[in-house]
Design a protein around this ligand. Sequence first.
Ligand code: ADP
Length: 585
Amino acid sequence: MTASAVDWVRRAGDRLFDVGGATAVASAGGHDELNGATVTTVDAEELERKARVAELLLDAARQFGETLEPERVYERFHALLGDVVQHDGLVVSSYDDREDLIRCDYAWVEGNVVDASTLPPLPLNRSGGGMQSRVIVTGEPYLFNDVADRVQQVEGVYYNVDREGTIEKIPETGAAGTSAAMMLPVKHETRVVGVVQVMTDRGAYTPEQLELVEGLAAQMGAAVRNARLQKERRRLEAAEAAARAVAEERQQAAQVLDAVGDGIFLAGADGVVRLWNRSAERVTGIAADAVLGRPLADVIAEWGELAVRIPIAERGATPRSVTLPVAVGGRDLWLSFVAVQTADGVVFAFRDQTTERLLEHERSDFVTTISHELRTPMAAVYGAAQTLIRREVELPREQRRQLLEMIATQATRLSQIVEEVLLTSSLERGDVAVERRPVDVPELVRSTVAAVAAQLPDPLPVEIDVGRDVSPAAGDADRIQQVLVNLLDNAIKYGGGAGVRVQVEGAEAAVRVSVADSGPGIAPGDQQRIFEKFYRADPQLTHAPSGTGLGLYISRELAERMGGRLEVRSPPGAGATFVLELPRS
Ligand code: ADP
């Protein structure tokens, strides 16, 4: 096959003429110019041929319409062509006017499809010359029935391509194998966007064949364009779907990051914060907006010192956590960090361990306080017992009695401490049963005061003042007594020894008992804290009368479990007054 060009113009008389809106094809020499209009004569044979052409093109249109891949359109075009003209070669090229290049899209040579990409693109020759160039420049179809001579004489670039796809420049390497060629433009609107080249090695082509192939080529061009548009649309749809999937994945990842309980942030290589998730906001109290794009050192003042203490795991390695004190957002926190190196920087995950740390402290406080509290009575018991064992015979009777009494008192104190600790742990677990029965509070107060006073080594004035018509309270008499004992004990211990006043009064829905002393009172900053576990207010007092710091915690918890409350009032210089309020029965 030879892709070549010959200066042969389509014969005059085979153009399409338009008469009075009807379109017909004039046979050679069968038309005339009359007053500027073209008069056409059409014979029956020609009409029949035209009908066959029309039928064939209709069928082709249907077949092309079913094809959605450009490559399949070429194959179909080739198959349709085979039905109408004998050929030994077919080349379909496209022309890109931005580059001025003619590229082969499909090539078939003597029964073989040749890989079109192996054929070199040809530059457009605007001055004529090459056959394809001529079609592109003029937009006209051409029929060349003397290809062999033409490639010898007319200036242009001619190649011979064999069925194996081997390209040879002609006429230098030999004669053209092609005897005749049809060259047809493929147009988009008025622009030429390609060329179809049909070649035979034997004989010649007729203008009728040219006309038919021109029709087919036009349809093929439209079908290829359509298929390319479809393909492009599918590609765009797929790209859009892929982009949507990536966006969804990103969104999901962002949601997951926001949902995790750990604070997570990403520090870029420059130390600037690139990500700050919702938990990071929650734990530190710092909003992402205030952090993103800023260096970490601006957010956490001592970051420089902290960062060197956090081991950074390489990708794939298991990170080791480290718990550090961090002052952030005006708060002192204990944060446990893990860090992993990534391509975008270091990802830090952290967890708030402040509560756990406080609990740990509390636990160790507990052990210290309790050991201290147990040691004093135990030492006393041990000392008294030792004295009795060693010197029982020589000791006077009165002294022996005193030692035995001390053992009994200190043993009671020991069991009280153990009781308080056990009750505290039961209250924390929530398994302390509290009754709700009618309780005669004035009576309970009187008996409790009497019992406490009876145990005092020195008499202390305790004044009881009961209001009129005090209704019974709803509660647990034993628990109320427990609270009263604690309040009286404290008033005696911390009240400075000037006497205690207990007042009982009935309010609208409550029964109120207040225990007042005229001691040094409680500093405003301690008035809430004394109800915390193990809290003991005044350091001087801490050394003086002993105590676990559990009494008021237990008392308030019990009051609340009975539906009441326990408060303290201690204006400066006016002692301390504890008020227990219980619901009326
Ligand atoms: P404890 O008496 O074992 O220390 P409490 O819980 O009963 O424990 O009391 C907690 C702290 O409250 C005491 O250590 C003391 O500092 C303070 N406190 C309690 N009652 C009084 C009071 N009447 N006057 C002054 N301080 C008191």
